[in-house]
Design a protein around this ligand. Structure first.
Ligand SMILES: Nc1ncnc2c1ncn2[C@@H]1O[C@H](COP(=O)(O)OP(=O)(O)O)[C@@H](O)[C@H]1O
Ligand SMILES: [Mg+2]
Length: 261
């Protein structure tokens, strides 16, 4: 089985999708075989990966798992064409597309649904090195299904007061999830994103997070930089974008990926 990692945060806009895409880019660049499952009804990861809108999306598969096979509905990311002919070009990115059709699942009865994603993955993802699951910013049925299927959960945070509170909520939710279900999340970590190293407020919040969450906070953090959104807007993997800022950010994602495996 591959390493299965959920990227979560109970706060929106902190960079879950961005971290999912950055780690995917790192794995592609390292020549790995990656599957991205876009569990957020906004479908941003699917857009960022330039995934074709063919086949069934994850919401339809989870709602009616008897009808769909996950393997038949995996699509190729547009990133593969960019990486072809470049370094370690045996890397490949596949996507299980997300869409608004997963929204109604948030109202589904949890005990019946909790293991559905895990069941969909079983026997279908053995060929991959790593599976990343981009989660919605809520602790609902979708995130619970993701955690039940995952070996690790990454919580993404910004250096802001509200995000410190959001991270506390996320880590408490993981503990509660483990207490109330048969599943254990073997490892949780906190990745800080959008850090401005010269901001006093950010330095204060980074230190505060280290005090509050100790070793869970990854040593490497991601800086806030303007070009980030241009790379994403072009549906491009960070590791293949030729600028110093992008390459510095890509190196951080590669370090974080190495720490996961
Ligand atoms: N390190 C960064 N520097 C600059 N912009 C960033 C960075 N990380 C994320 N963003 C931007 O912040 C916005 C929210 O990020 P996103 O990954 O969509 O968050 P989430 O998935 O948690 O809602 C996006 O427009 C994204 O491009
Ligand atoms: Mg997102």
């Amino acid at each position: 089985m591959p390493l299965i990692v959920s990227i979560s945060s109970l706060k929106g806009g902190v960079g879950k999708t961005s971290v999912t895409l950055g780690l995917t880019s790192a794995a592609l660049h390292a020549g790995q075989k990656v599957l991205v499952i876009d569990l957020d009804p906004h479908g941003d990861a699917s857009t960022g990966l330039n995934a074709p809108t063919t086949g069934a999306d994850i919401g339809s598969m989870l709602a009616d798992p008897e009808r769909f096979s996950l393997r038949d509905n995996i699509v190729l990311s547009g990133w593969n064409a960019i990486a072809q002919g470049q370094k370690n070009s045996d890397g490949v990115v596949h996507v299980v597309r997300g869409s608004a059709s997963s929204t109604p699942l948030e109202q589904a009865p949890l005990p019946q649904y909790l293991s559905r994603l895990l069941n969909l993955l079983q026997g279908n993802v053995d060929d991959y090195d790593v599976v990343f699951i981009d989660c919605p910013p809520t602790l609902g049925v979708l995130t619970s299904m993701a955690w039940a299927a995952s070996d690790r959960v990454i919580s993404v945070a910004e250096p802001s007061l509200f995000s410190v509170a959001g991270t506390e909520r996320t880590l408490r939710a993981i503990t509660r999830f483990e207490e109330n279900s048969q599943y254990s999340v073997s490892s949780a970590s906190v990745i800080l994103n959008k850090v401005r190293p010269h901001s006093n407020e950010h330095s204060y919040r980074v230190e505060e997070m280290k005090v509050l969450f100790g070793d869970l906070v990854a040593d490497q953090f991601l800086e806030d930089f303007e070009e980030f959104q241009r790379v994403q807007g072009s549906a491009y993997p960070m590791h293949y974008w030729p600028s110093d800022d992008a390459q510095r950010c890509a190196a951080v994602f590669s370090d974080i990926l190495q720490g996961l495996t």
